[in-house]
Structures are given as C-alpha cells and as structure tokens.
Write a protein that binds this ligand. Structure first.
Ligand code: NDP
Length: 599
C-alpha cells in the first residue's frame, strides 16, 4: 500500500492498512505462544545471576520483629516506605533480592537506559526531596540515584535486607503477626506485610538450542556485564572496540542500548523480529527558569494532568505535551473540526483512523532518517500503535546509517539457533563475539511466580490457591483471609503509562489504612467477602478499548503473544485510570473504610 498523506485517513487507506496489518500479524503468530521463552532455568540459569552483587554473600539469620515488612525495593516498595514514614510508621524493613534499592533501575543498567515517560512526572517525591531531574527524560543512573535518595530520606537503609529472597509469608493467628522466612534462614515477625514485586522483572530469553555451545559471551540486558564490555552506563565500552556484537530484539530496551552499542562495537548486528514504533523523544536539559517558577504542589498537578489527558478527560492545558499525549491531541483536534462521532462504532473508526495517521507519520519518519531504502522498509512497524509499547528516541533510527551496523530483519521469524560462535537467522550464520538478549520480561506471571514465595493466610490457605482461577481482591490490594497483607501491582488495580503514579496511589492508600489501624489500636485488617465480590464483578465488567484491539494485534507481551483470549479477565484492571484513583480518594475521604473489617 502507498504511504498515507498527512491528513485524515480515508476508508480505502484504512482497509488496505487493516489488510497489511493482518498479513504482518499472521507471519508472527506461533503455536508455542509464551512457551517459546525460557525464564532463566536449565541452560539459561546463569542469565539471571546478578552482576552487581557479591555472589557468595552470606549473613547471620535475623530473628526479630518490625511493624511493617515490604518485599521489593523498587519504586513501589520505596513509595510505601515513604508514605508510611509520612504517616508516622518508621519501624519498617524492605527485603530485596538485589544488593540495593532501585528495582527496575537497579537491574536495568544497560547503556542508554532512560525513563520514557517525562522525568518530572515519572520520578516521584521531587518536591519532598527538593530535587529537579537534569533532563526531560533522565538517564538510568540519575533515576537509580533518586531511588537511593528516597531510601536515605525515609530511613530505608537502616533495616533493609538486601540479597535476600523471601521464601514464605505465613500468618500467625495467635499473635496476629506475619512470619517472614527467607533464604538466609531469617524468621522475622511483623504486624503488616506489603508486597511490591514489580511487573517486569523476570528476564525471558528465546528457548532456542545451542546457547551452551556458544563460544562467545552472552547476557540479558537486565544483567548488563560491564566487566565484559568495559565502561559503564555513561562511559565508553572500550572493550567492545574489537568485538562483533549481536543484539537480539528491538523492543523498548533494545532501541535505547543499540545506539550506544553501535558507537562502541567494531560491528553491530541487530536481529529484528518485529520493529518497534519510534516516535520523536525530544529530550532536552531542564530549563532552570521553568524549574524555579514551579509553585507548591506542581508535581501532583502535572502527574494528574498527564493521566487525565490519557484517560480522555478534558484539561485546560496539556502540561506534558509529549509523544504519549500527541495521539490524544490529534483525536481532540479532529473532533473539534468534525464534531463528536454519533455512535460508539463511529468513535472506534475515528480512533482507528487517528491511529493510522500517527503510525503513518512514524513510518514516514523512518524514510526521512534511514538512508538505505531496504533497511528503512524493514524498520517500519505495521500494527496499531498500542499493540506494543510505543517507543520514542532521537538517535535510534539514524544508527542504521552507520557503516558498522547491520539490521538482520527476520521478517517475523526471529533467530533460529546458536552454535559455536554463530547466530543463525534466515538460514544464514552470523559469527559474533557477544550476544545481548534484549528479549524482555515475564509480564503475565501470577503472584507466586512474581514473588517466588508462598503466602499462607488464615486457616492455612495459600493465596496462590485462592487466586487459582483469578485474582480475588478489594482494589487489587486486599484479599480476605490474608489480614494485614497489602499487594501492590497491576492486577485488579489500574494500568497507567506512568507506572510510578499507580504505585504512589497504592502506597498512599496502604499507609492510610495502617495509620487508621494503629491510631485506633486495631490488630487486624481484613476484608468483607461481599466487598471483594463486588470488586471482582466490577473488574469483570471492564471493557478496555484496548481489549478488542489486542486480538487483532501482532503478538507481543501486551496480548499474551497473540493469545489475548487466554488472559484471565479477572486479572484485569480498571480501564479508566483516573476513575480508579478517584475511587481510592473518595474512599479515603469518606472515612468509613467500607469493605474492610478492623478488629
Ligand atoms: P519487549 O518484550 O518489549 O521486547 C522484546 C524484544 O525481543 C521484541 O522485539 C521481540 O520481538 C524480541 N524477541 C523475542 N524473541 C525473539 C527471537 N526469538 N528472535 C528475535 N527477537 C526476539 O522487552 P523490552 O525489554 O524491550 O521492554 C519491556 C518493557 O520494559 C517495555 O515495554 C517497557 O514497559 C519497559 N521499558 C521501559 C523503559 C523506559 O524507558 N521506562 C525502557 C525499556 C523498557 P517481537 O516484538 O517480535 O516479539
């Protein structure tokens, strides 16, 4: 089909795009779905070792009691600790697998890592900490340092346990406390437990044969091996200058590290299965005058404004005005010009046309930036923008104009196998010294897989057993029979582009409940069965506009590798994120703690 003009799309263009999207999708549908991946077992076990921690770290077991134990030291855990601190609970311990706080930003130290949501809204607690990010999209090391800043400010380091895996959480009915067991033989007791395991933290790798025959060096992007590459996140990887490097994958991670690898490697092969959509990032240093002019409460306003725009709520001004909000802007402009569509179906067609207009711009951008026509063609994404995480980058596409970079497009098939010093793709062998797997994370894991520990509540009931057919919760955070246990994450809560926003709202909610229980000398917070049932029903009634789109989408982790029907709707979330936050705010303001039972 011809590239669309920069105007509203006509029906013929829409139909030919649909057909092209369908053809590209069918090339990528595989019968093994999620089973095509390995999650760090068998031959791939070494891929999950932590390169930033002391490998043989041991310490004496801890046998003590604190008020609250938080599992996970990423933004969710840190924001919970901060919110608890702000409401008077300071006897708090974070338990974390890594050797420091930071979560995503501890693990993902790959060169070029940056937040892809504006740092003024992504990096939380900026006003509380008196910090302004140096750029509109801050780099990974700056965000990691911000995590450490939060930890210091709220006393997290004093009791934290790092390089520690919780093996079991068990509710003790007699003393109304949780017993937390770990792989260091700890037996810690606490009144409250919070879990914030992250949603994208278990690396996945293509489960292909030959990885152990590979004579070179290989690692996953979330375990970047600077001992091998030399340098650091902001330094040249000098040891690569005589190396031929392969990157497998072209998702949000790959597009950030590829320009850096291209600069430092002798030759770089990029093995692509499906191209990402790469829109303009427009990163720039923070304007000091703008920063100084911000009035108290500015960050909260900006965070809410971004979320409102993406939720389709009219705002006076789109404060962030970035790539994420630009499609919504296009939609609003079209509605202003042509009036509101008169039916849901008409609205869906308009949204599809706006999507096609945006994707056409993205494809045109490839032609503008990539010199070689064949390479440019291969880099064009043929699917609706939300089928995969939209990407934004100012240098990625230009990288393919370098003479030391080769795009190996596999036309949807992926790499076939590895042997000796070769990657085999398209039936051809590519000799390489190093393979970087930018192949993503386990997104559909249930709570057991995410936490890798058992949660055993009242009457010896296991949470995984209770949730066997889907999550059963109030607000995604409380579950009956698991008193004083709070769960942060996306199941039965909401899915924001700016994930720290969700985590902060959940953290505030948890701190509020614990403060109320403590102030009123309650020992136990449990959940009314009816409240839980109502919440599950509400989740099941959600029809996110994306759900229908996902079934037509090219495979990826958003649609369970092309099998959206196999995702459990009960593990879904409130589609309108602003609605979810308002539910929590109203619930707190109401003060009756509806749905919870305090004893
Ligand atoms: P993704 O799952 O998005 O990408 C994995 C890539 O690996 C895809 O391109 C996939 O191709 C490819 N792949 C998988 N198997 C094979 C194979 N056998 N052969 C060739 N290619 C293969 O993972 P990412 O780590 O890139 O991103 C995960 C998420 O992390 C993002 O969606 C985002 O939410 C987050 N992130 C956020 C960042 C930020 O700036 N805040 C930065 C980076 C990541 P295919 O598309 O065909 O499946």
């Amino acid at each position: 089909m011809t590239e669309e003009k920069n105007s509203i799309i006509n029906d013929q263009d829409l139909n030919s795009a649909r057909q092209k999207y369908q053809r590209e999708r069918s090339k990528r549908i595989r019968s093994d779905g999620m089973n095509q991946f390995n999650f760090g077992t068998g031959e791939f076990k070494r891929f999950i070792d932590d390169p930033n921690a002391e490998p043989s770290f041991r310490r004496q077991p801890i046998n003590d009691e604190v008020d609250v134990i938080i599992i996970g030291g990423g933004f969710g855990g840190l924001l919970t600790a901060a919110s608890l601190h702000q409401t008077g609970t300071t006897n708090v311990r974070i338990i974390e697998q890594g050797s420091d706080v930071g979560g995503t930003w501890y693990w993902n130290r790959f060169p070029g890592a940056r937040c892809d949501v504006e740092s003024y809204i992504y990096m939380p607690l900026l006003e509380e900490l008196g910090y302004i990010p140096s750029e509109k999209y801050a780099g990974g090391p700056e965000i990691f340092a911000h995590c450490q800043r939060i930890a210091k400010k709220y006393g997290v380091y004093e009791k934290a346990c790092f390089q520690t895996q919780v093996t079991e959480l068990r509710w003790n009915e007699t003393n109304q406390r949780w017993l937390v067991s770990t792989d260091h033989g700890d037996t810690m007791h606490c009144r409250y437990v919070c879990t914030s395991s992250g949603i994208l933290h278990r690396p996945k790798l293509p489960d292909i044969s030959g990885i152990n025959t590979f004579s070179g060096h290989a690692f996953h992007t979330s375990r970047w091996d600077y001992r091998y590459t030399g340098g650091g996140p902001n330094e040249t990887m000098k040891k690569l200058n005589k190396q031929c490097v392969a990157v497998v994958g072209t998702g949000a991670t790959a597009i950030q590290c590829i320009p850096k690898l291209a600069e430092d490697s002798e030759h770089l092969y990029v093995f692509q299965r499906t191209p990402s959509s790469i829109d303009v990032r427009d990163n720039k240093p923070t304007d000091d005058k703008w920063a100084v002019a911000q009035e108290e409460g500015w960050q909260r306003k900006r965070i809410n404004n971004f979320n409102d725009v993406l939720s389709g709520i009219a705002v006076d001004k789109n404060m962030v005005d970035d790539g994420w909000t630009s499609t919504v802007n296009m939609m609003m402009k079209q509605i202003q010009e042509d009036g509101m569509p008169d039916s849901e179906a008409a609205m869906e067609v308009l949204s599809e046309k706006i999507d096609l207009k945006k994707m056409s711009e993205i494809r045109q951008r490839v032609d503008q930036l990539v010199n070689d026509k064949k390479t440019a063609e291969a880099l064009k994404p043929w699917y609706r923008q939300w089928c995969k995480r939209p990407c934004f980058h100012d240098e990625y596409l230009d990288t393919y104009n370098r003479s030391n970079v080769t795009l190996v497009d596999t036309d949807g098939k992926g790499i076939e196998r590895i042997n000796n010093n070769n990657i085999i793709a398209n039936g051809k062998s590519y000799p390489v010294d190093c393979i970087v797997f930018a192949t993503g994370f386990d997104f559909f894991a249930d709570i057991n897989r995410r936490l890798q520990c058992k949660i055993i509540g009242q009457n010896n009931e296991e949470l995984a057993e209770k949730w066997r057919d889907g999550v059963v919760s109030l607000f995604g955070m409380h579950s009956k029979g698991f008193p004083n246990c709070f769960i942060l994450g996306n199941h039965q809560s909401t899915a924001t582009v700016n994930f720290t926003h969700t985590l902060h709202e959940q953290a505030r909610h948890i701190a509020h409940v614990i403060q109320y229980a403590k102030n009123n000398q309650f020992n136990e917070v449990n959940v009314e069965q009816q409240a839980e049932q109502h919440w599950v029903e509400k989740i099941l009634q959600q029809t996110s506009p994306l759900q229908a789109i996902f079934s037509e989408c090219t495979p990826g982790f958003y649609n369970n590798e092309g099998n959206p029907d196999q995702s459990n709707p009960q593990n879904g979330s409130i589609a309108n994120t602003t609605e979810f936050f308002e539910i929590l705010t109203r619930w707190r303001e109401d003060g009756s703690f509806n749905g919870l039972i305090f004893t």
